[in-house]
Design a binder for this molecule. Structure first.
Ligand SMILES: Cc1ncc(COP(=O)(O)O)c(C=O)c1O
Length: 425
């Protein structure tokens, strides 16, 4: 690991700042944030500045014998957020009824305010949840629906969310309508048109992914929300893979319901997420677990899931600080740059098929590749067992492949190792 002097030097921190920051010991959050923020390079210059990203990567204590190209499933937490998380857990345990509930729990409000600022909503519209599944299911199960009512989503929505609709279908007799979308897709208008074609008189709720987990495709959320709004149909946005990945905020999406996980692209502790519900919609959405009667218009009614550790939630603050220092635009640009590095190299072999569009803005840094003549489950297993390279096998009714999701700590050397492994096949 580089020492502090090497770290600050590598990112070109001005000499005055360097001298005040020089002390022995491991890098700390304040110093890394200060150093990253001090760089004057533009996004275009930074995107391929390997020294810069090598230093960013030092915020993660990862096993470098393994090339982890499944950061989409769940990400390692930064060492800063892990340290805060552990500190809060230890303190909580001293006298949980006091230290956890009375001292730490109220601090969640500051985290709520910071998350809300990052997403672009009011703090009174954001509930802190344990993951995207929880936030999405609050919405999916929180609308009153009657037998015969239809809910609409694509066949590329997340399986757990599709199964949630299926459970409502089995239990209450609602009808789930799904449709295929072109894959890869460069034409968002085509996707919007497909949603439009599948809306009927009976459609009561629409679910749309912000980013499709199978391919990294970015969906035309704003347009789908508008379609629903024109017809009085609520649109639930699944932002599990998008928040702190795609450089977009609420004003870009204009949605009323949005849920995400924070243990994916914000690099917060595992078991963190949020649910945004527009203020005017809070009253009419039932919580999954009953809130207090006086909470009917309070976003905190969605947080009544009983006793739970508060440490992961408070450590979201450290994750936010790290994310803000890197900056959403830089992070997105770097992840797309890494995707293009490996994907264009493998395309040149003429033996692969990409299920992700490389056109600007069509997808994020996640991409899925099918290798000629290979079963994707077997290929992914082979990459782990023979090369210690972790990918995600994708087997969908419309396509298959291996999903590759590098992170900000992924080096170009690791991508070279992945490409050589595929080329050797
Ligand atoms: C599109 C999508 N929605 C929802 C989820 C659920 O996320 P979590 O398991 O963090 O709740 C995932 C997880 O990968 C996902 O990819």
């Amino acid at each position: 690991m580089q020492n502090r002097r090497q770290f600050l030097g590598a990112i070109g921190l001005p000499s005055v700042a360097v001298s005040t920051a020089l002390r022995s010991g491991p890098c700390e959050l304040g110093e890394i944030v200060h150093a990253i923020a001090a760089t004057t390079a533009t996004t275009e210059q930074l995107v391929a500045d390997e020294d810069f990203w090598l230093q960013v990567g030092q915020a993660f204590a990862v096993d470098r014998s393994l090339v982890n190209l499944n950061n989409g499933g769940v990400s390692p937490t930064t060492t800063f957020a892990m340290a805060a998380h552990k500190r809060h857990l230890d303190f909580s345990n001293e006298a949980p009824g006091y230290t956890m509930w009375r001292v730490l729990e109220p601090q969640k409000e500051a985290v709520r305010a910071r998350l809300a600022r990052q997403f672009g909503c009011d703090a009174e519209e954001l509930a802190i949840t344990r993951n995207a599944s929880e936030g999405l299911q609050i919405c999916q199960l929180g609308f009153d629906l009657a037998r015969g009512d239809q809910v609409l989503c694509t066949n590329q929505d997340y399986p757990r969310m599709i199964n949630t609709w299926k459970q409502r279908a089995a239990r209450e007799g609602i009808e789930l309508v799904t449709f295929s979308i072109p894959t890869p897709c460069d034409d968002p208008a085509r996707i919007v048109e497909l949603y439009r074609q599948h809306i009927t008189e009976k459609t009561r709720v629409i679910l749309v992914c912000h980013v499709i987990n199978l391919t990294g495709q970015i969906m035309p959320v704003r347009e789908v929300v508008a379609l629903g709004r024109e017809r009085g149909i609520p649109v639930i946005v699944d932002g599990a893979h998008a928040f702190a990945n795609v450089d977009a905020s609420l004003s870009d999406l204009d949605c009323d319901y949005y849920a995400t996980s924070l243990h994916k692209w914000l690099f917060a502790p595992i078991g963190t997420g949020f649910l945004f519900v527009r203020r005017s919609k809070i009253r009419s959405l039932w919580p999954l677990m009953a809130g207090l009667p006086e909470q009917v218009e309070d976003i905190r009614k969605f947080e009544q899931f009983g006793t739970h550790p508060v440490g992961p939630f408070l450590a979201i603050a450290e994750a936010l600080t790290f994310h803000e220092a890197i900056g959403s635009a830089r992070k997105f640009a770097r992840l797309v740059h890494l995707r293009d590095l490996w994907a264009r190299r493998l395309l040149a072999t003429g033996r692969i098929r990409l299920h992700t569009s490389l056109s600007p803005g069509a997808a994020c840094g996640i991409a899925t590749v099918e290798v000629d003549g290979f079963d994707s489950l077997e290929l992914s297993a082979k990459l782990v067992s023979e090369h210690r390279i972790l990918t995600t096998p994708i087997v969908h009714e419309d396509f298959h492949g291996i999903r590759v999701s590098p992170s900000v700590y992924t080096t170009t050397g690791e991508l070279d190792r992945f490409c050589r492994a595929i080329e050797s096949l």
